[in-house]
Write a protein that binds this ligand. Structure first.
Ligand code: NAP
Length: 333
């Protein structure tokens, strides 16, 4: 006869209660990177909160016409694309808080974000705060901002019907917006500091062929002048050092962008220009904090790469949430 020994029930470990105020993931920024991150995170059934200070869609909404986002053979306006992305995440029930995220604290097992004096907690955070227009830093630029100095052709272009305007810069933004402005302005002078455009060849070819667009090569803006509104721009030819006064009604400045990385300055590793350094999984130097989109140090800033970053960051965040907090910092510190 065998004696049956009843197995003792295993002691049940008390499950740590989830804090009801703790999100799995907070996404700061509602541009294409943030919205794609939200799309993936919501579909993974994470408890997600998005923080956005202005409008969903980000800088892309100020682009009149996007013709290099796949799936839209006829092109699509930035506003339409932003609205479509927004509809997609709203259908998944994304929670959105409108306000400015002013601080991010990395606590022992969660992150704490302050938005206009209110605190939100999450296991992980994705920073998708994008960039803002760089300034020339010349006399008159700040004073005449909104009175002839603009950083948004889509917003301000219609005010310049049959006027003479100037576009500063030689990148994709400058050339794309100069082309857009031809529908309003009489004449557009593009000022570029070199004698070769940085913009994609297809855009450069269109601009060079456009009868309304003129170029000031190897030239820089020295000052923007005007009484109530812009009336003149002083240029310097870099080869001859000669100065030239050009009468214009408006100046559109597109000389690149600077990252909106203030929130994590001093916390995560930034490159020399202030962009957030990440690995291929969008992990920053601090576990639980990820970055996606234009705010990240990378070579190609496009809507399509922002969206890809967002998807990767959400997936990496999901994995890190499932694994739980780790003590070790990753190698990108
Ligand atoms: P960008 O590609 O960095 O070009 C900035 C332009 O401004 C360059 O031509 C640069 O001259 C010039 N510049 C910079 N600082 C200057 C200064 N202080 N004074 C005078 N000129 C100055 O910036 P972006 O055009 O805003 O584009 C940002 C990113 O978005 C890029 O990756 C771009 O490809 C992307 N983007 C893509 C599209 C599209 O694919 N449809 C549209 C818009 C933007 P140098 O050339 O001499 O450096």
């Amino acid at each position: 006869m065998t004696t049956q020994v009843k197995a003792r029930p295993k002691p049940q470990l008390a499950k740590k209660a989830e804090r009801p105020d703790l999100f799995d993931l907070i996404i700061v920024g509602g541009g294409p990177a943030g919205m794609t991150a939200a799309l993936y995170a919501c579909r993974s059934r994470l408890k997600v909160l998005m923080i956005e200070k202005m409008i969903l869609g980000g800088q892309a909404t100020t682009t009149f016409f996007i013709e290099n986002y796949p799936g839209f053979p006829e092109g699509i306006s930035g506003m339409d694309l932003g609205n479509r992305m927004q509809d997609q995440v709203r259908r998944l029930g994304l929670d959105i808080v409108w306000g400015n995220a002013t601080s991010l604290e990395n606590k022992k097992d969660h992150r704490e974000i302050t938005v206009d004096n209110k605190i939100f907690n999450a296991k992980s955070v994705i920073i998708a705060t994008g960039t803002e227009a760089a300034r020339l830093g010349v006399p008159g630029e700040e004073d005449l901002r909104g009175r002839g100095v603009s950083y948004c052709a889509t917003c301000d272009g219609p005010f310049y019907k049959d006027k003479n305007i100037m576009v500063v810069g030689g990148g994709n933004s400058a050339i794309e917006e100069a082309l857009f402005l031809t529908r309003y302005a009489k004449k557009i002078s593009v000022v570029h500091r070199r004698d070769e455009l940085r913009a994609d060849k297809i855009l450069g070819e269109r601009a060079l062929a456009d009868p309304k667009i003129y170029f000031f090569w190897h030239s820089v803006v020295e000052a923007i002048k005007g009484d109530k509104t812009v009336s003149e721009v002083v240029l310097k030819d870099k080869n001859s050092n000669k100065k030239l006064k050009v009468p214009v009604d408006g100046v559109f400045i597109y000389i690149g962008s600077k990252p909106n990385s203030e929130l994590v300055k001093g916390a995560v590793k930034l490159d020399k220009n202030g962009f957030i350094v990440t690995d291929n999984e969008m992990k920053t130097s601090i576990p639980g904090i990820f970055a996606a989109g234009d705010v990240r140090a990378k070579s190609l800033r496009q809507i399509v790469t922002a969206a890809a970053d967002g998807a990767i960051a959400a997936e990496a965040a999901r994995k890190s949430i499932e694994q739980g907090p780790k003590k070790k910092r990753n190698k990108y510190k």
